[in-house]
Ligand binder design. Structure first.
Ligand code: UD1
Length: 358
């Protein structure tokens, strides 16, 4: 069979890596990179690290407003799909690249498989929520990471082509997980003390594009009394400079601004942290799998199980709540298995073959 996979943003490179490996054992995969993420540290670095094959097509759409960015993807993706005539299109997650892949598949009547289907924040102000809902309603095959995701889809009337496969990020994580020595080396290089620093990532529009929210989160870091290692997404860097906070953070004693990290470095830094502070979806889940407590600077999460088990707390972009949660942080005693066994790619490949009848 011939699959066409559409990826474009950092978390999609990570998720595509294990599925590419599984599919290419028996099938042909055409890899299309939309070019949504293009900086070395946001893109090529992950291809090298995870051994992802070179994309067959790079649409090089770059940055832009949501409409313009998605439109550019559609215009460039359509002729590729018409020429390639794949048996199915595969999309991941909730980015504008996901949306573009979904729309093209639907318009060209090509079976569509959505990996990480059914996630919902129930907040339509988030561009990701809009992308997820559209992608799920256009998909024929829905590969869900959790039972909550399966239930979300059923409540929206999506009842066929549902597959519970666990979380594919766990597959990727198991593949690249740093050893104890590698972790120690990465921590030492940054002069960090294991268990005594915060690992921070912030990139969601609701935080970066709102000066009040962004300042509140940064003020919490500055007064946390803990070393905070903060790999800065390019969007966040620009916004911090716009509101004149960049220099203050750089000059501070405890906040350490570093460039976006590779996957292994990111996992190492999370695993040895006292706590993770993030607005990323993937990192909430990774922190859970690595048994590091997480504070999520959002009002809701798609990964509700991490909150129910007590490993993740929703603190919002609120300085007082962040500091209070840090002061009372206690890792729970139990750590149930929530996201499968890290075998999702193999399960997805099998379901795709059976669903498509070949
Ligand atoms: C996107 C996804 C988000 C995902 C995130 C992972 C959407 C709507 N959002 O958000 O769901 O969690 O990727 O990182 O698709 N930029 C660079 N260099 C790059 C990439 C981006 O400088 O390599 C800058 C661009 O100028 C752009 C900004 O970052 O203005 C935002 O990039 P964009 O891809 O639109 O969204 P993300 O914030 O990365």
């Amino acid at each position: 069979m011939k699959f066409l996979t559409v990826i474009g943003a950092r978390p999609q490179f990570i998720k595509a890596a294990p599925l590419s490996r599984a599919l290419r054992k028996k099938h042909r995969e055409i890899l299309v990179h939309t070019g949504q993420h293009y900086d070395y540290a946001m893109s090529q670095q992950f291809f090298r690290e995870l051994g992802i094959p070179r994309p067959d097509f790079n649409l090089e759409v770059g940055s832009g407003l949501h409409g313009a960015q998605t439109a550019a993807m559609l215009a460039k993706l359509e002729p590729v799909v018409i020429k390639q005539r794949p048996d199915a299109i595969i999309i991941f997650g909730d980015t504008n690249s996901t949306l573009a892949g979904a729309l093209i598949a639907a318009k060209l009547h090509i079976p569509l498989a959505h990996i990480e289907a059914g996630m919902r924040s129930f907040n339509r102000m988030m561009p990701e929520e809009v992308n997820r809902v559209v992608a799920d309603h256009l998909s024929n095959m829905h590969f869900c990471s959790t039972n909550t995701a399966m239930e979300n889809l059923k409540k929206e009337g999506i009842t066929s082509g549902l597959y519970m496969v666990g979380d594919i990020m766990y597959d990727a994580m198991k593949y690249i997980l740093p050893t104890k020595d590698q972790t120690a080396k990465i921590i030492k290089k940054l002069s960090l003390v294991p268990g005594n620093y915060l690992f921070v990532t912030i990139h969601r529009a609701e935080n970066t594009d709102d000066a009040e929210n962004l300042s509140a989160i940064m003020e919490a870091l500055l007064s946390s009394g803990k070393k905070a290692v903060f790999p800065v997404h390019p969007r966040t860097e620009r916004k911090l400079k716009d509101i004149s906070l960049w220099d203050k953070l750089e000059g501070s004693e405890n906040v350490m601004l570093i460039p976006p990290q590779g996957y292994r470095e990111s996992l190492a830094l999370q695993s040895a942290a006292y706590a993770v502070i993030t607005d990323s979806g993937g990192i909430q889940k990774e922190a859970y799998l690595l048994k590091t407590p997480c504070l999520t600077v959002r009002h809701e999460t798609e990964w509700v199980e991490t909150v129910k088990t007590g490993w993740n707390r929703l603190v919002g972009p609120d300085k007082k709540r962040i500091l209070k949660a840090l002061a009372y942080l206690r890792p729970p005693a139990s750590h149930p298995s929530l996201y499968g066994q890290g075998q999702s790619a193999r399960l997805i490949a099998g379901h795709l073959e059976r669903h498509l009848g070949r």
